[in-house]
Design a protein around this ligand. Structure first.
Ligand SMILES: Cc1cc2nc3c(=O)[nH]c(=O)nc-3n(C[C@H](O)[C@H](O)[C@H](O)COP(=O)(O)OP(=O)(O)OC[C@H]3O[C@@H](n4cnc5c(N)ncnc54)[C@H](O)[C@@H]3O)c2cc1C
Length: 312
């Protein structure tokens, strides 16, 4: 037990802070951007292991997180987490054998679907956590405070130094910021743009993760629907493009015709913190936990549990 500074107040930093507080540590979260200002706040967010590696570590993290989200959905009505059925559609040349996705073991009710919208050859239907991030991040931050932790805005120019009056350990959950804080050149942005439209009574989610024109997802929330998106390697801009928004909506309409006429409520851009592999390792008194790409929400509880284990 000791004093731990967690750098970062996105979904990874806050989840790690919760698990460390539960383990009896004193935890202070320091972050340049507060939860609602992070990339995490832009996420759709659907449980789905997208753009995160290596699969042998990602799968158990994803499976653990699925279980925790299912419990939160059942026990915490104000958390913004709901379990919802939906379909991932697949387009592939006919004649190919459709293999189960590599993450199939992590979801309890995955089944093949043949009735899909035009332009697709089949799909997978399953129940998955939908995490309404603006609500969930407030709930998660509330958990940190309720457990005795603190969250403070601070722009760091390097990771805090441990010992000599500093913390006993540091957990680096700085997302894309790890490029500079951890001096890790392999961290890079994968820009994603989404359009928020009015809720038109949609209950099911839809996903086309491998669309030729980019990934596409339609994720219903309580008061709106997140329609995404894009996946642009190496792009640092956070400015939404009107042309990209039109293209996203055009593609989404083909998949979910109920969206026709839905009022556009807003536009968001986030930078997925990508890396060839998620970095979750202890180096001396520092635990690095970043590089979750397009799956930070999906992996959050699994990774947070492992971080807490590494600090004993
Ligand atoms: C459009 C879009 C859709 C997505 N959809 C999904 C989805 O459906 N499901 C899913 O699982 N994932 C999704 N993701 C991915 C997910 O958002 C990320 O993987 C996740 O948010 C990463 O969380 P994080 O806490 O590591 O980083 P962030 O949320 O970026 O948080 C990083 C924190 O570190 C802090 N920090 C950085 N540098 C410094 C510094 N120098 N000093 C102090 N603090 C610093 C930041 O201020 C911030 O608080 C999506 C992403 C995008 C962009």
């Amino acid at each position: 037990m000791g004093r731990v500074v967690v750098v970062g107040a996105g979904v990874i930093g806050l989840s790690c802070a919760v698990r460390l507080l539960e383990a009896g540590h004193r935890v202070d979260v320091l972050a340049r951007d507060l939860p609602q200002e992070t990339t995490s706040a832009v996420a759709a967010a659907i449980w789905y292991p997208y753009r995160a590696w290596p699969t042998d570590r990602v799968l158990p993290w994803a499976r653990d997180s699925y279980g925790v989200f299912a419990s939160i959905a059942a026990d915490q009505p104000g958390s913004g987490v709901r379990m919802r059925e939906g379909t991932e559609v697949v387009a592939q040349p006919s004649g190919l054998v459709r293999e189960k996705p590599w993450w199939a073991d992590a979801v309890p009710d995955l089944r093949e679907t043949v009735e899909v919208p035009g332009g697709y050859d089949g799909g997978w239907t399953f129940t998955t956590p939908l995490v309404e991030m603006p609500v969930y991040l407030d709930w998660l931050a509330g958990q940190v405070l309720a457990l005795g932790g603190s969250i403070t805005r601070l722009n760091l120019h390097g990771l805090p130094v441990t010992g000599h009056g500093g913390p006993d350990a540091v957990v680096d959950c700085s997302g894309i910021g790890a490029k500079f804080l951890a001096e890790d050149p392999s961290v890079h942005p994968v820009q994603g743009q989404v359009v928020l439209v009015e809720q038109v009574g949609l209950e099911r989610w839809w996903l086309d993760s491998a669309g030729i024109e980019g990934p596409l997802n339609v994720v219903p929330r309580s008061h709106d629907i997140v329609v995404g998106g894009t996946s642009v390697e190496g792009e640092w801009s956070r400015t939404p493009s009107p042309e990209v928004a039109s293209s996203i909506l055009r593609r989404a309409l083909r998949l979910v015709p109920e969206l026709a006429g839905a009022e556009v409520l807003g536009h968001r851009v986030g930078l997925r913190p990508a890396r060839p592999e998620v970095r979750l390792e202890r180096v001396g008194d520092v635990v690095h936990c970043y590089g979750h790409g397009g799956a930070g929400v999906t992996l959050s509880w699994g990774c947070a549990g492992e971080v807490a284990e590494l600090l004993g």
